[in-house]
Design a protein. Structure first.
Lengths: 358, 294
């Protein structure tokens, strides 16, 4: 178990900066997920912690030791790679035991530790097979066992489940959760899958274009996105975002002149202020035409989800998605009225995308 | 399931394999069958009939101590040239694979020696290694007489072997580099995370994974060092001094074209051919077992 401190870390490839300065504190024993779209620099950050990528600027410390100049083997991290990176010419037993062999651990102890780790991820029947003879899920478990056997201070996961099918992914997710609970090792997990991120993380780090957008607990990030990017990226179906401004009476004007009554946003409704109003589909409900603040809209199409459905509608030139539990048929072109739940509104500056608290 | 192409036209397939078949027949089977025939007869140097000799040509060769000398020399030549060439090529390839500066340039520069004909390289190296005037001869200025391939057989053999190895480096390099680059980067990185240093990773991870390529190169190099050494030796030493660089293929030339012993030379070339076939067979049988194909 070790704490990881990342201070002002930057990365440039040749002259092109890809990470613009990241500051993160990871507590000992914490499970941290770095989430972001592809190309945001999340894997690069992880590889800098691992020592596979040089740190252009700034400082990374693991367990209080600055590791900038240390080789991967001196950092005490173990890594699970996206494509498993198993040694194809070695049996599962030798794959798992390779790090111990390199570290000159005596054979008897090595065998014992390999066996113990193999048991914990149910791999004993496959110890004498080669990776080529294993299924995707089994290979994934070998990769995890190989990381675990060294009893590292830190686990690093680089999109480890992206080659697995949906069902296996869910199973591996709970496996990783369980292992983390049992071993309590500080873990950094990189993914672009928000469900994976939400379910695994103690702490979530959202990255975009080489910058950290937000750090927080998953629910915190979901309920209080710090920026328009986070609001848009987290949550499925995605949040409704309307660009517009407040008029003299404090109404929010958007699209082709649609007006919304947003009296709960008291205090920030300066007329002419350009903002982005966000509301999650579950915060948009169908309502009667005479309800207070009802927004008239026209149904475009309906997505059935089974237990509920998503109504995609057009409200005065703005696209709006509402979560609906009714099962009555709604044809394209049907007029409906929608209302926004009071507590569910998010406001962002149009200029820099940062959250405007209210 | 294997899919087979079926030709309705009976002539077309023959036309398609025709050119290749013709080449193989004219340039391999015909000369070989001729050599085989000569090896069992006594052929007159100026033509005009021959005598059936049975195994006498072979028995005569096998009783000749000088012949066994060339066999041993050839074996040493093959092992040394192959080992040297492959080792240097592998070292260069692994440097280039580690993406050191100038990789793009070296990738093409290193293949060039392969494009040089052996006699041309031989002439060039004769100057380089010349004890009186060459680059290497400069050490004679410091320690007079320390380098003398003209009279010292060991020097001469070493010189030819180095040249042979040098010629093959480019070819070996390209294959080694391609094989190294086929290994996913992450395997090397996983090795680094597991604590192995670069040299250890080379031995434990990269070498086993390029074994199929190394095996292929081993066969190609061994065959080439038995059969392609003629051009170098002829231009550099002509088998000398006193036959100390005479390998099997060169003795065939000397006996056949200088000594006009066509039958003896034919028998020797049959032996050389069987030896190369046998060696290749042995390598497939014993070495390939240890090679892990993915």
């Amino acid at each position: 178990m070790a704490q990881i401190t990342i201070k002002g870390v930057k990365k440039n490839y040749a002259k092109t900066p890809v990470i613009h300065g990241v500051d993160v504190n990871i507590e000992a024993g914490e499970f941290v997920v770095i989430l972001g779209p592809s190309g945001c620099g999340k894997s690069t950050l992880l590889r800098m912690i691992a020592g596979l990528e040089e740190i252009s600027e700034g400082e990374i410390a693991i367990g209080g030791t600055v590791v900038n100049k240390l080789e991967p083997r001196e950092r005490g991290c173990a890594m699970v790679f996206q494509n498993y990176a198993l040694y194809p010419h070695m049996t599962v037993r030798r794959n798992i035991g390779y790090a111990l062999k390199v570290a000159k651990v005596p054979k008897a102890e090595r065998d014992e530790r390999v066996m113990k780790v193999a048991q914990s991820v149910s791999l004993e029947p496959f110890l004498d097979r080669r990776p080529g003879e294993l299924s995707g899920g089994q290979r994934q478990r070998v990769a995890m066992a190989r990381a675990m056997v060294r009893e590292p201070k830190v686990f690093l996961f680089d999109e480890p489940f992206s080659n697995l099918d949906a069902k296996l992914r869910v199973a591996m997710r709970s496996e990783v959760r369980r292992l983390h609970r049992d071993l309590g090792v500080t873990s950094v997990f990189v993914t672009h899958d928000q469900i994976e991120a939400m379910t695994l993380a103690d702490k979530l780090i959202i990255m975009n274009a080489g910058r950290v957008e937000q750090i927080g607990r998953p629910t915190e990030v979901y309920n209080n996105p710090a920026s328009r990017f986070v609001a848009d990226f987290i949550g499925s179906p995605a949040m409704n975002l309307f660009e517009g401004e407040f008029d003299a009476e404090g109404h929010f004007v958007h699209g082709a002149g649609g007006r919304m009554n947003v009296s709960q946003l008291n205090g920030v409704r300066q007329p002419g202020r350009k903002v982005v109003l966000g509301v999650r589909p579950e915060g948009v409900r169908r309502t009667g035409a005479d309800a207070h603040g009802a927004i008239p809209a026209v149904v475009d199409y309906v997505e059935e989800l089974g237990a509920s459905r998503l109504i995609h509608a057009d409200a005065n030139g703005s696209r709006i998605v509402a979560l609906d539990n009714d099962s009555a048929e709604l044809k394209s072109g049907t007029p409906v009225h929608l209302s926004l739940a009071d507590s569910a509104l998010h406001l962002f500056s149009l200029e820099d995308g940062r959250r405007i608290s209210h | 399931m294997e899919r087979r192409a079926v030709y309705r036209n009976k002539v077309l397939p023959w036309l398609l394999i025709g050119p290749q078949l013709l080449l193989v027949l004219v340039f391999f089977y015909w000369p070989t069958s001729q050599a085989l025939y000569w090896a069992f007869t006594l052929e007159q140097p100026w033509g005009g009939g021959n005598l059936w000799a049975g195994l006498d040509n072979f028995l005569y060769i096998f009783r000749d101590d000088r012949y066994w000398g060339t066999v041993l020399r050839s074996a040493f030549y093959a092992l040394a040239a192959t080992g040297l060439s492959m080792l240097v090529a592998l070292t260069l390839a692994s440097f280039v694979d580690r993406a050191l500066k100038g990789t793009k340039l070296f990738q093409s520069v290193f293949i060039w020696p392969y494009a040089i004909a052996a006699p041309a390289a031989g002439v060039a190296f004769r100057f380089i290694f010349s004890p009186e005037a060459g680059l290497v001869g400069a050490i004679n200025d410091i320690w007079p007489g320390i380098w003398d391939p003209a009279t010292n057989g060991i020097h001469a053999l070493a010189m030819v072997i180095v040249c042979h190895a040098w010629l093959g480096i480019g070819y070996n390099f390209v294959f080694f580099l391609a094989a190294l680059q086929m290994i996913p980067r992450s395997i090397n990185e996983a090795g680094a995370m597991d604590g192995a240093r670069p040299f250890r990773r080379m031995l434990d991870l990269q070498l086993p994974l390029i074994a199929p390529t190394a095996f292929f190169l081993l066969i190609m190099n061994i065959i080439s060092s038995f059969t392609d050494s003629f051009g170098l030796i002829d231009t550099m030493t002509e088998g000398g001094p006193i036959g100390q660089t005479e390998v099997m293929v060169y003795k065939i030339y000397v006996d056949g074209f200088k000594g006009l012993d066509y039958s003896g030379a034919a028998a020797q070339s049959i032996i050389l051919m069987l030896l190369v076939i046998g060696l290749t067979f042995v390598q497939f049988k014993w070495v390939e077992r240890r090679v892990h194909y993915n």
